[in-house]
Ligand binder design. Structure first.
Ligand code: THU
Length: 160
């Protein structure tokens, strides 16, 4: 577990992580979460300093919704192709609420982040609140997905 940086206070995070977390909190206000009433915001920073945000957008047909992290990743890729993603922060709060709640990225978001990370050949630290008073910076998407499935698995299959 030592590869994860753990902080007992939000204020102990580095400046950039705090800045991204604040941006993510603003983004959560634009979520569309009438069903779960759980709003999530994500903010990532690109290698040119641009900050791209995302929020969760739910749908009456539940599986059609999308998580904040993937909205941010796909938006960054669509609007700033070729730029590397240097870090992402994700935060959550109750709809209409002020206080942040723990939200550690779901499995599918981890999988999507891993593919971006693999393609850009640079680890993407992920800042998130793991518990009421615990902030974590995972050093990479790979660290959140041991024994993961990647393009290499498909390539190995094609070679046989
Ligand atoms: N959600 C996210 O956007 N990101 C996460 O890391 C966890 C879950 C969203 C999906 C859904 O709209 C709501 O939170 C409740 O699961």
């Amino acid at each position: 577990m030592s590869e994860f940086s753990v902080y007992k206070n939000f204020d102990d995070l580095d400046q950039e992580s705090k800045y991204l977390a604040h941006k993510a909190k603003d983004a959560a206000n634009h979520a569309h979460a009438p069903y779960s009433k759980f709003t999530v915001g994500a903010a990532l920073i690109l290698d040119d300093g641009s900050v791209i945000t995302g929020a969760n957008y739910e749908n009456a047909a539940y599986p059609s919704g999308m998580c904040a992290e993937r909205v941010a990743f796909f938006a960054a890729s669509a609007q700033h192709p070729g730029k590397r993603i240097m870090k992402i922060a994700v935060v959550a709060k109750k709809k209409g609420g002020k206080d942040l709640l723990p939200a550690t990225s779901c499995g599918p978001c981890r999988q999507v982040m891993l593919e971006f990370e693999t393609n850009q050949k640079k680890a993407i630290p992920i800042v998130m609140q793991a518990d009421d008073n615990t902030w974590v910076i995972a050093p990479s998407a790979a660290s959140l997905l041991p024994f993961s499935f990647t393009k290499d698995n498909l390539d190995a299959h094609h070679k046989k």
